[in-house]
Design a protein around this ligand. Structure first.
Ligand code: SAH
Length: 244
C-alpha cells in the first residue's frame, strides 16, 4: 500500500480535501494510507515549543531542528523519500509525481512561519519541493497538492487508467479541448471531426490541437517537446541509414 506520512503542526487540517472524491474513496479501499503526525508531540519542553527566533535577527520564527528531527526519526525511518515543502525547492512536475506514485509513498514535512532550521534539512536528507513560484503560509496545502497528484496515479484509483496517459503534461503537451453533449449549446457546436466516429481523424485532430494550445500558452513546454521530437526523428533517420 502506498503510504503518505505528513509532519505538521496542524494535523487537524488532514485528511481535509483528501477525504473526498477520488483520493477519499481510494483511501477507504486501502489503496493508500495517510498519517498526519503532530510535530509538537516531539517538543520536550513544558511549553511544547516548536519554533524560535531567527539567528542573526529578522522577522518571524523558525521551526527548531531538534524537534523536527525527533519527529522524523520517530515516524519516517524507512526508505520513502523525505520531502520538505518549500518555495525554494525543485518545482513539482508530472514526471516527478509519476516517479513518486510508482514508489512506496512519501514523507512530507510542512514548514510554517519563516521556514525550518537549515541544519535539519541537511542532517535528515530532506528534499525541498515547491508547488509553484508563490508563497503559501504553510506547507500543509502544498503537501495536499503533492499527495493528491500522486494518489490519482496509483493503479486502481482512477476509473480509466487511459485518462492518465492522454492528459496534460503526460506526453509533454497540454491537453486538447474536450466537449460533451449536446452537440449545439448557445449556438456553439462541437467540432465535426469529433462526431465523425473516425478514430484516426479524431486522434490527429487532438494531437494538432494539443500542439496548438501548448505553443500558444506554454512556449517553454513547446520548446522542450519540439526538441525531444527532433531528437527522436534524428535518431530514427540515423538508425535507418545505419542499416543500409
Ligand atoms: N520565508 C520562506 C517562506 C516561508 S512560508 C521563504 O521565503 O522561502 C512557510 C512555509 O510554507 C514554508 O516553510 C513551506 O513549507 C510552505 N510553502 C510556502 N510556499 C510554498 C511553495 N510554493 N511550495 C511549497 N511549500 C511552500
Amino acid at each position: 500500500m502506498w503510504r503518505a506520512t505528513v509532519l505538521t503542526i496542524f494535523p487537524g487540517m488532514f485528511p481535509g480535501p483528501l477525504a473526498d472524491s477520488l483520493a477519499g474513496k481510494a483511501r477507504l479501499k486501502r489503496l493508500w494510507s495517510l498519517d498526519a503526525v503532530d510535530i509538537r508531540d516531539f517538543a520536550l519542553d513544558r511549553h511544547r515549543m516548536v519554533d524560535d527566533t531567527p539567528a542573526g535577527g529578522g522577522p518571524g520564527m523558525i521551526v527548531k531542528a531538534d524537534v523536527l528531527a525527533r519527529a522524523i526519526d520517530a515516524v519516517a525511518s524507512d526508505d520513502r523519500p523525505r520531502l520538505l515543502m518549500s518555495p525554494r525547492g525543485v518545482p513539482l512536475t508530472q514526471a516527478r509525481v509519476r516517479e513518486l506514485a510508482a514508489g512506496a509513498g512519501l514523507v512530507a514535512v510542512c514548514g510554517r512561519f519563516e521556514g525550518v532550521d537549515e541544519r535539519v534539512i541537511a542532517k535528515r536528507g530532506l528534499i525541498e519541493v515547491s508547488i509553484g513560484d508563490y508563497v503559501l503560509s504553510g506547507g500543509e496545502i502544498a503537501a495536499m497538492v503533492l499527495i493528491d497528484a500522486c494518489v490519482r496515479l496509483i493503479p486502481g484509483v482512477m476509473g480509466k487508467q487511459a485518462s492518465a496517459i492522454d492528459e496534460s503534461f503526460s506526453g509533454g503537451l497540454l491537453e486538447y479541448p474536450q466537449f460533451t453533449k449536446p452537440p449545439s449549446w448557445e449556438g456553439a457546436t462541437i467540432p465535426e471531426v469529433l462526431l465523425s466516429g473516425d478514430h484516426g481523424r479524431v486522434a490527429a485532430w487532438r494531437q494538432a490541437e494539443a500542439e496548438r494550445i501548448t505553443k500558444e500558452r506554454r512556449p517553454d513546454l513547446w520548446a522542450a517537446y519540439d526538441a525531444a521530437i527532433r531528437k527522436v526523428r534524428k535518431g530514427v533517420t540515423e538508425d535507418s541509414s545505419d542499416s543500409t
